[in-house]
Design a protein around this ligand. Structure first.
Ligand SMILES: Nc1ncnc2c1ncn2[C@@H]1O[C@H](COP(=O)(O)OP(=O)(O)OP(=O)(O)O)[C@@H](O)[C@H]1O
Ligand SMILES: [Mg+2]
Length: 469
């Protein structure tokens, strides 16, 4: 009996109830009437016929009732299955039957509640995802068993293809045994403790902080990858800079100190020698003053990267710069050859800074070029820029030194003399000014542009400046 389907059970129940209700009174009447009051056989036959009809009708009625009920139940079952499959917007239209109507309403209410809860969870997930993806730092989340559970956008940039490592060990995602052991160590901790380490990943340095996640039972630990390559580079640059400045200042300072001590000695040198010593002290003091000035100029140029510009004629700036170098040019008997275009060319530049570029480059050409020679300055218009070439006939710059001459304090000659006030900052200043103007500066040694005299040695410094429109 218990194995019978709901349909059969309902059918039987309805039928038994209906049959009992309709047949029992009939049988009772049939048996309780005395034969003489029944009017004989015809009446008995009529009653039996009536009972048979009632019996048949009870079956039909039971089938109809069962069908209607089952249809409502199967409709509710089907909808509940669809809702269970995830279609939480599906609702059941309530059947007329009161109890089934309550069941349908309860399922609808449950689906509505579930829908809202899932929407809330989805929204929270999206917010979390957006926050994680907006982070500059890479984030890698581990589950309780120490497998990779989630990663953010930055993490995908730090380690491409890491997405394929979901569900794997940290070591497979980040090829660092130290990272793996730190993760394992943190996962054994009960409280919200963290451990840090530094990892070298694809030529970038990361400070990684692994924190035990205790709030949610599914989470194990969260590792945050912070890129410190730039910071370390800047720290190194600062250290190198301080070391360079100290080194550059030490030589003139030692000289000043030595000569001053000699002058102040118990037995002072003869007046002529003392005068010479004072001359050396003055030269070294001037050198240090120039170095401090140049360093200040450089740091000012770095701080104010957008100079005030106006349209100016570059030949005017060149004339001013050449004027400033005239004593050195005269002493070496060097001529200036200018090759400027016929038409009036104007550049958009800060006048003082343009003069400074020409002056630094002309000074170099004079310092390193031979006596009784010439320096050529060429101006051309290339695309939307003016291009200037300062060409000398000096010894040139070896290929291995060429990429480094624009660095601060770099000198091709290992022992830079301070006779002519060289501090090694001239080209660094030129490069900063040119870049601040949106131009470019580079050198060719030997020059691609040949000398008029036909010589192929020497150096050409080229820079571009935006044209004034
Ligand atoms: N025209 C050139 N010919 C040969 N070498 C050059 C030339 N210009 C620059 N150099 C090399 O590049 C180095 C850096 O030049 P930079 O102008 O920065 O410094 P400097 O001339 O030594 O000193 P400063 O310009 O600060 O007085 C020079 O020391 C020199 O070795
Ligand atoms: Mg120079």
């Amino acid at each position: 009996m218990t194995n019978l389907s709901l349909r059969t059970k309902l059918l039987l129940s309805f039928w038994i109830i209906i049959a009992l209700c309709s047949l029992l009174p009939g049988f009772y009447v049939l048996h309780s009437l005395p034969p003489e009051t029944t009017g004989g056989a015809p009446l008995r036959h009529e009653l039996i016929f009536l009972l048979a009809v009632c019996f048949g009708a009870s079956i039909i009625f039971a089938v109809m009732l069962t069908r209607g009920l089952l249809r409502s139940i199967s409709c509710i079952t089907e909808s509940a299955r669809i809702i269970g499959d995830g279609n939480l917007t599906r609702r059941i239209s309530p059947p007329p039957n009161n109890e089934l109507k309550q069941v349908a309403e309860a399922i609808n209410w449950m689906a509505e509640n579930l829908h809202q809860q899932i929407q809330t969870v989805n929204r929270q997930n999206e917010t979390l995802e957006a926050v994680l993806d907006a982070m500059w730092d890479g984030v890698l989340i581990l589950d309780r068993s120490g497998k990779v559970l989630k990663i953010n956008r930055s993490m995908r940039e730090i380690q491409p293809n890491i997405e394929t490592m979901l569900g794997r060990k940290p070591l497979e995602a980040i090829h660092s045994p130290e990272f793996q052991s730190v993760c394992q160590e943190v996962l054994t901790l009960d409280e919200k403790h963290s451990k840090s380490l530094t990892i070298d990943l694809r030529e970038r340095l990361f400070e990684v902080n692994v924190v035990r996640a205790t709030r949610t039972p599914d989470l194990g630990a969260v590792a945050v990858f912070h890129d410190i390559s730039e910071q370390r580079k800047l720290e190194k640059m600062r250290r190198d800079f301080v070391a360079n400045v100290s080194h550059e200042l030490r030589t003139p300072l030692t000289s000043v100190k030595g000569y001053t001590e000699t002058l102040l000695a118990d037995e002072p040198p003869p007046p002529e020698m003392a005068r010479n010593f004072l001359g050396v002290i003055l030269r070294n003091a001037n050198h240090m003053a120039k170095m401090v000035d140049d360093l200040l100029s450089l740091s000012r140029l770095e701080a104010a990267s957008d100079p005030t510009k106006k349209p100016i004629r570059p030949d005017g700036a060149l004339a001013t710069a050449w004027e400033a170098c005239s004593s050195l040019a005269d002493s070496k008997n060097v001529r200036l050859e200018r090759k400027f275009p016929e038409r009036d060319v104007q550049v958009m530049a800060n006048p003082d800074q343009l003069v400074r570029i020409f002056r630094n480059l002309l000074e170099n050409a004079l310092k390193f070029g031979p006596r009784d020679s010439s320096i050529t300055v060429l101006a051309e218009v290339v695309d939307d820029k003016a291009r200037f070439t300062i060409l000398d006939k000096g010894p040139g710059i070896p290929k291995k030194d060429q990429p480094r001459v624009f660095e601060r304090f770099y000198s091709v000659q290992k022992y830079r003399s301070n006779e002519n006030g060289s501090t090694g900052l001239g080209l660094a200043i030129c490069r900063r000014i040119v870049h601040n103007h949106g131009g470019d500066i580079w050198l060719e040694s030997p020059p691609k542009t040949p000398h008029e005299s036909g010589g192929s040695s020497g150096t050409a410094f080229l820079f571009t400046m935006p044209l004034a429109t």
